[in-house]
Design a protein around this ligand. Structure first.
Ligand SMILES: [Zn+2]
Length: 327
């Protein structure tokens, strides 16, 4: 195991990346950070489930992890494209693309692939070397490889940032699973474990739990847009704000698109205890009719598949009494 780990530590430390002083800052050691960031995301997936299959697919989950790392190390105006490392890691000796039937030639002949859409059309995913896959089951090995990636490709000041993001990703995942697995049918209690979660992990975990419960669909207008790299049109809203309730149960939340979120928090929309949408007269009081929102009047919400996660009537009553503007 030690020899094998040493071998992969060497390979992880010698990734073929684009090196250019004009394109990449000293923070990423003048090299493109795509591959190390994607591998950190892969390590996170094994952290979440070490019994996972040896198949890395292009799912929103991996896309979200990649984006979280990317935004911690790159400036906001620079968008990370996960298709690039997912395709080009094939030249680093341990990452094997699995072509879809009939697409074998495309995978071998394409010099590059910049589009996630095209990549997903071409490959089922990627498989790791069997030996590497075995190694990744061990937490110590994952820690070693994580250390190699952060030290080889990032400046000292960025390393703690990446370590912190890894910890947050792991904690948020655990918290969201806890929120989604609790038997809410029996007890409508607030979580006692939440004290042990850091705010960043709690926010990220609540967001994951609620967007998962609603399958990324806005509870009010029904819009659902989820990009291949895991960007979603919905946000996770608290019905009774966290600051007042410390209640992260999915039943105290709804997945809402930005406009619906704003209108709900402004009290221009509410949800009745039998889950109908009610609009404030203020929405129709101006000449500039926001048709998109007024059309929601009288419709039912688009709730989660799991009945236990539908909004808690107590929370909806609180919103009605404290936030909603009837006129
Ligand atoms: Zn909406």
């Amino acid at each position: 195991m030690k020899d094998k780990l040493a071998r992969y530590a060497r390979l992880f430390g010698k990734l073929r990346t684009d090196a250019s002083r004009s394109r990449w800052s000293p923070l990423t050691r003048n090299r493109a950070p795509h591959k190390p960031l994607l591998l950190l995301s892969v390590l996170d997936l094994f952290e979440q489930d070490s019994t996972r299959l040896n198949l890395l697919e292009l799912t929103p989950d991996i896309g979200e992890l990649f984006t979280r790392y990317w935004t911690r190390v790159m400036s906001p105006d620079r968008r990370g494209n996960m298709a690039l490392p997912f395709f080009h890691l094939r030249s680093d000796g341990f990452w094997h693309l699995l072509p879809k039937p009939g697409k074998e030639n495309v995978v071998t002949s394409a010099a590059q692939m910049r589009s996630l859409f095209r990549l997903r059309d071409t490959v089922t995913g990627a498989r790791l070397d069997d030996e590497l896959y075995e190694i990744l089951h061990a937490p110590e090995a994952r820690a070693t490889l994580r250390g190699v990636l952060t030290e080889a490709y990032f400046a000292p000041e960025l390393r703690p940032v990446l370590v912190e993001q890894s910890a947050t990703n792991h904690e948020a995942f655990r918290y969201s699973e806890e929120l989604l697995q609790r038997d809410y049918g029996k007890v409508a209690e607030t979580l006692t474990e939440q004290e042990t979660y850091r705010p960043a992990a709690r926010n990220q975990g609540f967001r994951r739990a609620v967007t998962t419960a609603y399958a990324h669909r806005c509870a009010l207008c029904g819009i659902r847009v989820l990009t291949l790299d895991g960007h979603t049109a919905v946000e996770a809203s608290h019905i009774i704000p966290w600051s007042l309730s410390q209640d992260d149960r999915p039943a105290n939340g709804m997945a809402l698109c930005r406009l619906c979120h704003w209108a709900f928090d402004e009290g221009l929309l509410k949800v009745s205890t039998n889950y109908g949408i009610v609009t404030s007269s203020q929405l129709t009081a101006t000449d500039n009719l926001p048709g998109y929102l007024t059309n929601l009047k009288g419709r039912g919400i688009v709730g989660p598949a799991e009945t236990a996660f539908w909004p808690d009537p107590e929370s909806l009553r609180w919103h009605h009494n404290n936030v909603f503007r009837p006129w």
